[in-house]
Design a protein around this ligand. Structure first.
Ligand code: UD1
Length: 413
């Protein structure tokens, strides 16, 4: 990849990784054939498909369509080999307990995000009547009957809200989740569950109410567009300048980011196709703090750091969600970025250009941030370990090349 002379054209935005994985887990709640549309062609969807297949479901994955046939009985187990590859596998816990009364799920490990416990998932499910033991690295859950309860989450955890939501739809009586996460992907999951026959209200607000029902049915559903993918292309545009239409993107799912980008000098406006964004050659730095939705998402942060590394001025980025998540900054420094980190803050002094270098992706968004930075680097940048990028991006290289970036993908022998 080498310095680009501006991005122009249309980028199709795929279905959201952080939604489709949960929708796939939710299929475990009913017997029969589901059809998911707008499914992104990413490796994590393949891992979730493998996980469902390991339990006994059959999955026909042909993005953007995925057909899942769930049998009457499944083996309610998420093995280490799959959970280790994808932490989000933990969201099978709620649906398995709800429909089968038992689940055995490998404890998720750590990553660059720092320590990521699942205590809130378990505490919430315990309030509905589940019991847990942990042995040999596995969480073993049982629930002869789940009963609706009032659950106050200590923090609006996305995963805990989703696990609880999927357990509560088949519990007896009413569940109220307070301090629930409000992400658009939660609203998508609630819409999917309601379509299946569940009775969920208040999704996308802090209080979600679920009236349990006896059983659910399989349905067809189109996955909500990926706001994190859309934000990645906005950051790329911010670095390279130009004009992009993000087809299918929802500006109303990323209002805080749109506001920040506006302060930096980019114009982002919804239109019939999705949204249109126009960026001058160089943006002006701002300070950014990550917060639960509707705040600026932690997932946006790595490519916001890249954008600030090439903007005019100094921006302070504060991470409030995860303990870690600054590991990729060493890679950006190898490209000449001027970034100082202290605790959960990064002080980014913008430069007019970076310098192309060999760099390594350490996770999905960190990998994308290196690609974004490379658009503003003189000379060639070679990003390795791109299997991380493939976990969450549907054809990042092809989509950027189609709008004028000088980028290609090669297979190393
Ligand atoms: C999801 C997203 C991830 C995003 C994150 C925050 C998926 C597949 N992943 O992750 O991309 O960055 O939301 O928007 O959808 N926590 C606990 N105990 C728990 C659960 C969470 O302490 O039981 C902490 C975590 O360590 C973290 C914070 O809560 O510090 C947020 O985590 P959570 O919202 O649960 O994120 P995930 O669902 O893991």
């Amino acid at each position: 990849m080498s310095r680009s002379s501006g991005l122009h054209g249309s980028v199709p935005i795929s279905g959201a990784k952080n939604s489709v994985l949960k929708l796939m887990a939710a299929t475990l709640l009913a017997e029969g054939e589901f059809v998911l549309r707008n499914v992104p062609n990413i490796a994590d969807v393949g891992i979730m498909a493998e996980l469902l297949e390991a339990m006994g479901a059959s999955v026909e994955l042909a993005p953007p369509v995925c057909r899942i046939s769930v049998p009457r009985e499944v083996t309610p187990e998420a093995p280490y080999e799959l959970v280790e590859q994808m932490r989000a596998s933990i969201v099978v816990l709620g649906p398995l307990l709800a429909r089968f009364g038992r689940a055995r799920v490998s404890m998720p490990g750590g990553d660059d995000f720092g320590h990521r416990p699942v205590d809130m998932h378990l505490a919430g499910l315990q309030e509905l009547g589940a019991t847990f033991t942990t042995e040999h690295g596995y969480i073993q859950g049982r629930a002869d009957h789940l009963t609706g309860a009032d659950v106050l989450l200590e923090y609006p955890s996305v995963g805990a809200t989703e696990n609880l939501l999927m357990a509560a739809v088949l519990a007896k009586g009413t569940t109220v989740i307070d301090n629930a996460a409000r992400e658009p992907e939660i609203a998508d999951l609630a819409a999917f569950l309601n379509h299946m026959g569940a009775n969920v209200s208040g999704a996308a607000t802090s209080t979600i109410t679920i009236e349990g029902v006896e059983s659910l049915v399989p349905v067809e559903h189109s996955v909500v567009p990926d706001r994190i993918e859309a934000a990645t292309y906005l950051a790329a545009l911010g670095v390279a300048g130009g004009e992009l239409t993000l087809v299918g993107a929802r500006a109303d799912h990323m209002e805080m980011l749109v506001q920040k980008l506006g302060q930096m000098g980019m114009s982002v406006t919804p239109n019939d196709e999705g949204l249109i964004a126009i960026a001058p050659r160089r943006l002006t730095s701002v300070d950014v703090a990550t917060l639960p939705y509707p705040g600026v998402a932690s997932d946006y942060k790595p490519f916001i750091v890249s954008l600030l590394a090439l903007s005019d001025g100094v921006g302070i980025v504060t991470e409030n969600i995860f303990g870690g998540r600054f590991g990729y900054i060493d890679e950006l420094r190898r490209m000449g970025a001027d970034i100082r980190t202290e605790g959960h803050h990064a002080v980014v002094r913008g430069k007019s250009q970076l310098s192309g270098a060999p760099v390594k992706a350490i996770d999905i968004r960190a990998g994308a941030s290196l690609v974004v930075a490379a658009l503003g680097a003189v000379g060639e940048t070679v990003v390795s370990n791109i299997d991380h990028i493939d976990r969450g991006y549907d054809d990042l290289v092809g989509k950027l090349a189609a709008v004028g970036a000088n980028i290609s993908r090669s297979v190393l022998s």
